[in-house]
Design a protein around this ligand. Structure first.
Ligand code: SF4
Length: 544
């Protein structure tokens, strides 16, 4: 039997873990021949169809995801038209809900697998061409002889016996990072999340994880994204893992999701002692309002979460990102602005503002009407309006998210943006309005362009910050010929006896520039090392 795995992603920077995760369980089987067709949503449907058709497969398999689903159907429908005998099986988070209606509409799809596939999919491969026998496959949904069959939700029973995705010959080693799952399932019950439906928690033995990390390191990979839904649910296990990760410093870096409310003293102590740069944390916070979290059925006290977040953000040895979700029930736009301000006070390393999407199979999607939520019936199922935030306000939140990414979440502009957010209560709204009014916000903007827009905006509305924006511009290594550096003097600049060195050690070979801060020769000196091509100053001094 020949199976084509259609590996469809939004870009080649991403790769689906489902392919190697499933293939690793069955690659020893001589009766199944695997081929992979890789494509992205930016590429031609016709080219993917041509590649699949050339193989004349018995089975086409793929996973659907919010942002790939529509493109996937365009490919699959054409393949089925060309090869009606080919069996199409799909899986992924898009099929956690009601699959009956879906299969009635999309007759090009023969069956879908709901839930985890590593145990179910090999069983299905045994009977792929015998639909009468599909009733034995957990999680499989299909229409056979006009009758819809729904075999519930598939859970992997023996998680520890699964072969690791990296064992598959189809594992993609060419990406800058790999994804690793050390536990599966989540203790929490967030009504908007596909993991909040009571998945049992299963963990891998530490020795297995160590072996896998050794292999990953040997392959020269630098970044490991740990997919555990809540890494620190079991404090003892979290501490063991952190100690394990430390063994791989400095070759590996780990990206983890933590619940900031679950940080007992023992975990805090270990986190405080982790080497610099080893950990990059995503702290799921979603909203800083208890009533919003309660309505979203998220367990954990907000007070504990804020305390934990404050602790994480203050640690100098790791980077912590925090996320908020616009569109949650009871959450207003005014509260979102306030919460961003609070997160900026905590010095969050990044602030992500997501738009809520009502995914199939989630409690919130089921109860949307009761909760006063209107959402898109088409992927990505984004919330369009709630009883607490209007359609226009949700669009403002989307643009605000872009502003945060362009400024607060960008190293060069973070310090300046944070100060403006904290010191000028109306800055965020006014700057967003300005970027929206001039149609900048939805366009891609280079680092320099962003700096230039911030500079011009401050020059007009917050002139006391202009010098500091220029300092940030210079320190980010931007051109001294552009507008934000219009006040900078580059000719005949000499060391001053009165300057106070901020960083670096002055050398006579350095090229100096001077940024006046007033009319009395106070200001900043920056020194550039002319022996390198580096545009970032290596020396800074100030006289105030
Ligand atoms: S949002 Fe996070 S904590 Fe909540 S159910 Fe999903 S994975 Fe678990």
């Amino acid at each position: 039997m020949r199976i084509i795995w259609l590996d469809l992603n939004c870009s080649y920077a991403h790769s689906s873990l489902a392919l190697p995760a499933l293939h690793a369980q069955v690659m020893h089987r001589a009766d199944v021949e695997w081929e992979v067709v890789r494509t992205t949503t930016n590429e031609s449907v016709g080219t993917a169809v041509e590649a699949i058709y050339a193989h004349r497969p018995d089975v086409v398999a793929a996973t659907a995801w919010l942002f790939t689903h529509e493109h996937l159907l365009h490919i699959v429908a054409r393949v089925k038209a060309l090869l009606p005998q080919t069996v199409v099986i799909l899986g992924g988070p898009e099929f956690l809900g009601d699959n009956g209606e879906y299969l009635k509409v999309h007759r090009e799809v023969d069956c879908v697998l709901r839930g985890e596939g590593e145990e179910s999919f090999p069983l299905w491969l045994d009977v792929w061409n015998v639909p009468e026998a599909w009733t034995a496959i957990p999680g499989l949904c299909y229409i056979y002889k006009d009758v819809y069959h729904d075999q519930g939700l598939s859970h992997v029973v023996d998680f520890t016996s699964l072969k690791a995705p990296e064992e598959s010959t189809l594992f993609t080693w060419g990406k800058p990072f790999v994804q690793v799952e050390t536990t599966r399932g989540c203790f929490n019950t967030c009504a908007f999340c596909v993991s909040g439906v009571g998945d049992p928690i299963r963990m891998l033995p530490l020795e297995d994880i160590r072996r896998r990390l050794h292999r990953i390191r040997e392959r020269g990979i630098r970044d490991v994204r740990v997919l555990d839904r809540t890494f620190n649910y079991h404090p003892r296990h979290a501490i063991e893992l952190l100690r394990l990760f430390e063994e791989f410093h400095p070759q590996l870096r780990f990206h983890l999701e933590v619940h900031p409310a679950l940080l007992p003293q023992s975990v805090r102590e270990v986190l405080s002692g982790m080497p610099h740069g080893l950990l990059h944390l995503e702290a799921g916070i979603q909203s800083l309002r208890q009533e919003v979290l309660d309505k979203s059925q998220r367990k954990g006290s907000l007070g504990d979460a804020l305390d934990g977040l404050c602790f994480l953000c203050a640690l100098p040895n790791l980077v912590t990102h925090a996320d908020l979700i616009a569109g949650l029930p009871l959450y207003t736009l005014a509260q979102i602005y306030e919460d961003i301000r609070t997160l900026a006070t905590y010095q969050a390393g990044e602030i992500q503002l997501e738009s809520l999407k009502l995914l199939p199979g989630t409690v919130m999607r089921r109860d949307a009407a009761k909760l006063g939520i209107r959402y898109s019936p088409l992927p990505p199922y984004e919330v369009l309006e709630t009883d607490f935030i209007t359609c226009a306000e949700l669009q403002e939140a989307r643009r605000l998210s872009r502003l945060l990414d362009a400024y607060y979440n960008t190293e060069a502009w973070q310090g300046m943006t944070r100060r403006l957010i904290l010191e000028e209560g109306d800055f965020l709204r006014r700057f967003l309005h300005h970027l929206t009014e001039h149609n900048y916000i939805d366009q891609p903007m280079s680092l320099e362009r962003r700096g230039e827009l911030l500079y011009l905006f401050c020059r007009e509305h917050y002139p006391s910050y202009v010098t500091d924006v220029t300092v940030a511009w210079i320190e980010a290594g931007m051109s001294l010929k552009k507008r934000p550096a219009e006040g900078v003097r580059t000719k005949h600049i000499y060391p001053s006896e009165e300057w106070i060195v901020v960083y670096g050690e002055y050398a006579e070979t350095y090229r100096l520039c001077f940024l006046p801060a007033d009319d009395e020769d106070h200001g900043y000196w920056f020194g550039y090392d002319t022996s390198t091509q580096c545009t970032v100053p290596v020396f800074k001094a100030v006289w105030r």
